[in-house]
Write a protein that binds this ligand. Structure first.
Ligand SMILES: Nc1ncnc2c1ncn2[C@@H]1O[C@H](COP(=O)(O)OP(=O)(O)OP(=O)(O)O)[C@@H](O)[C@H]1O
Ligand SMILES: [Mg+2]
Length: 271
């Protein structure tokens, strides 16, 4: 299949997935355009993590097509999936780090697996990536020595290595205090606005979702900062929402639309 530069970063077409005859995803279709952040909301068990696992090829769809960067991957074997995964950074729900490896080694892991950089290049890439998530000082620490927020940032650094153009975040702020959650949101905005990364961001926290939808990183009086979008300000919409319920998409659109929704379930979810 040819790469089509005009295609979306990610596209699911009529995807179905069951576990042991229990349907988990029922006819899921959506597009993540290039440079877009798609926020997936939905209750526990609605199928959010399953969607991410299908995109990265850790699970196989029963039916339907899964397109990543212009390639239909649902029939790919492990070798071809490895190539696709080089384009994707995934922050897993538990933010899993290798406990016996230092922060630096955790971040470097993918570089050793996926590239032919020498030690010096690996070290400078690791430093740069940890700098991006403001964890330079923790480079020699072991995961057990990190706070929850630091672990999450280390997990993001690990996913970011190799500059993937697609990022998948599975509840990256769960269990964090509001300020630490905010730093994670800012990181995601930074990747979206400075690097043009396309992403899928799964969250229960509406605060995360609305922060990402309403703020952007831009220059104000010559300084790069996070700017809250004013009412009526002209801005390209880069964050869109999708809500899942029991394996089906019940809403897709921008934040004002979800706030205005009259759907009983959505209103309860937002309240
Ligand atoms: N490997 C598996 N084997 C069997 N059932 C599974 C498996 N993975 C997920 N499921 C089931 O699929 C459904 C959707 O799971 P999924 O992890 O996608 O939900 P989720 O929306 O991410 O939930 P949460 O918000 O709790 O993380 C659940 O009912 C879950 O029990
Ligand atoms: Mg999940």
């Amino acid at each position: 299949m040819m790469n089509n530069p005009l295609s979306g970063a990610i596209e699911l077409k009529h995807v179905y997935k069951s576990y042991d005859d229990t349907p988990v995803l029922k006819d899921i279709s959506f597009v993540v355009r290039r440079g877009e952040s798609k926020i997936i909301l939905g209750g526990s068990g609605s199928g959010k993590s399953t969607i991410l696992k299908l995109i990265i090829g850790l699970e196989k769809a029963d039916e339907g097509e899964i397109w990543v960067d212009g390639e239909e991957i649902s029939t790919y074997n492990e070798r071809k999936l490895m190539e696709v995964r080089k384009k994707i950074g995934m922050v897993f729900q538990e933010g899993a780090l290798f406990d016996s490896l230092s922060v630096a080694e955790n971040v470097a892991y993918r570089l050793y697996e996926q590239s032919d950089l020498d030690d010096e290049e690996v070290e400078s890439t690791v430093r740069k990536t940890l700098g991006f998530v403001e964890l330079e000082d923790a480079i020699e620490k072991m995961p057990s020595e990190l706070s929850g927020g630091m672990r999450r940032r280390a997990a993001i650094a690990r996913a970011l290595v190799g500059n993937p153009k697609i990022m998948l975040y599975d509840e990256p702020t769960a269990g964090l205090d509001p300020l630490t959650a905010r730093t994670i949101n800012e990181l995601v905005i930074k990747l979206r606005d400075l690097e043009g990364v396309s992403s899928v961001f799964v969250t229960h926290r509406l605060k995360d979702a609305f922060t990402m939808a309403n703020e952007f990183l831009g220059h104000q009086n010559g300084v790069l900062r996070y700017i809250k979008e004013e009412e009526g300000q002209l801005c390209l919409v880069k964050t869109r929402f999708l809500m899942l319920r029991e394996g089906q998409i019940i809403f897709e659109g921008v934040d004002e639309e979800i706030r205005r929704s009259q759907d009983e379930y959505i209103r309860r979810f937002l309240s």
